[in-house]
Write a protein that binds this ligand. Structure first.
Ligand SMILES: Cc1ncc(COP(=O)(O)O)c(C=O)c1O
Length: 389
């Protein structure tokens, strides 16, 4: 069935959006086959985004763990500081191709909003970014960055004032202005074709990492690790390795611990449901109402997960675990001190798992971690968590 990953995915949207989704699906499929579009994407990925991003051997972190070699795929070095730019660039070009003049986007950590704003400025598109007011507080530098790049940031007070609520408002705007507007969704979630389309624009991460690993170590890694919010940086890394004998782990936000109920570990309490137009795993209460989530990292603080991950969970091709806020903060400090790299708090969840795993693996094995973004946006959060303000 179209847009399904096993039983997950689909299009659970109001009828007013069906035509827009069909138009988007057609445009995406045509663009995929069009050399001119692909060449433009590759050219701008090199000259605007700065691809390929490096593969970095974290020798001091490896030594510290005393086990498997740890490599980092440096998406933090992509333009605007995270992997989000890969998808924003792809969809921005697609919106232009469809003749749309206005972009709406949602953002949690602000990285997708900044990436969308930068791409819209570069392509001459109007850009409106919806953001929960709680996230605006946590990620204030990114709010200012978006404004500098010419975007209008609209605060959302509803619900928990985080990513889920921002997506609701962006969808509402899109329904109203669908003729002129493209909804630049920031992760591999939502109704078809978004999960597939976002994965394809992010697949560059895995393709590069695979080739770089073969060039450096003359072999594939044993284990891939990436954090999972909506699921785009992880699926972008995993996709190129799907048919290889390589283990994969997705790391969700364990927040204050599963027992506390304050987390965003969707697979720790595996229960399927529908949210934002797709059938997937959703954190919900006994009545099926979407539950409030918590994470120190705004980009992982979301109650559902991209539907392809739901399928990968059921089929056990990918293992899913979580890191708590404290574990992520510790990993943030460890990477900073040992490697001179401040990771995004989202990425620090993946680093936390790498530290645990590498210790238990032999020295001739290799762990590849996707460092999805840089931590400058999180300095305020880290300072207050460390009691420094
Ligand atoms: C740096 C960074 N990493 C990871 C994520 C999580 O999103 P995804 O699971 O789509 O990669 C975000 C989301 O804002 C982010 O900013």
């Amino acid at each position: 069935m179209i847009g399904r990953f096993g039983e997950y995915g689909g299009q659970f949207v109001p009828e007013t959006l069906m035509a827009a989704l069909a138009e988007l699906d057609d445009a995406f499929n045509a663009a995929r086959m069009d050399d001119a579009f692909q060449n433009q994407f590759v050219d701008l990925s090199a000259h605007f985004t700065g691809r390929p991003t490096p593969l970095y051997f974290a020798s001091r972190l490896t030594e510290f763990c005393g086990g498997a070699k740890i490599y980092l795929k440096r998406e933090d070095l992509a333009h605007t500081g995270a992997h989000k730019i890969n998808n924003a660039l792809g969809q921005g070009l697609l919106a232009k191709r469809m003749g749309k003049t206005r972009i709406v986007a949602e953002t949690g950590a602000g990285q997708h909003g900044v990436a969308s704003a930068a791409v819209c400025a570069m392509l001459g598109l109007e850009c409106i970014v919806y953001m929960g007011t709680e996230d605006m507080r946590r990620q204030a530098p990114n709010v200012y960055r978006m404004k500098l790049l010419g975007a209008e940031v609209r605060g959302v007070d509803a619900g928990s004032a985080t990513l889920k609520d921002a997506i609701n408002e962006a969808i509402r705007d899109w329904v109203t202005n669908v003729q002129t507007t493209h909804y630049l969704l920031g992760s591999a979630l939502g109704p078809h074709p978004y999960p597939t389309m976002v994965r394809e624009f992010q697949a560059v991460i895995g393709h590069e990492a695979r080739a770089q690993m073969l060039a450096t170590e003359k072999r594939l890694p044993d284990l891939l690790i990436a954090c999972v919010g909506g699921g785009s940086n992880s699926i972008g890394l995993f996709h190129a390795f799907r048919d290889d004998d390589v283990a994969m782990i997705g790391v969700e936000a364990g927040g204050l611990g599963i027992a506390s109920g304050k987390h965003a570990a969707r697979f720790a309490e595996a229960r399927p449901g529908v949210l934002h137009g797709t059938y997937t795993y959703v954190l919900q209460d006994d009545d099926g109402q979407v539950r409030a989530t918590h994470s120190v990292s705004a980009g992982l603080d979301y109650p559902a997960v991209g539907p392809e991950h739901a399928h990968l969970f059921d089929t056990e091709r990918v293992g899913y675990t979580y890191a708590t806020d404290d574990e992520a903060l510790n990993a943030f400090h460890q990477l900073a001190r040992l490697e001179g790299i401040l990771p995004a708090l989202e990425s620090a969840h993946a680093v936390a798992e790498a530290i645990k795993r590498a210790r238990e693996m032999p020295r001739d094995e290799i762990v590849l971690v996707n460092l999805s973004g840089r931590g400058d946006k999180d300095l305020q959060t880290v300072m207050s968590a460390s009691g420094e303000q």
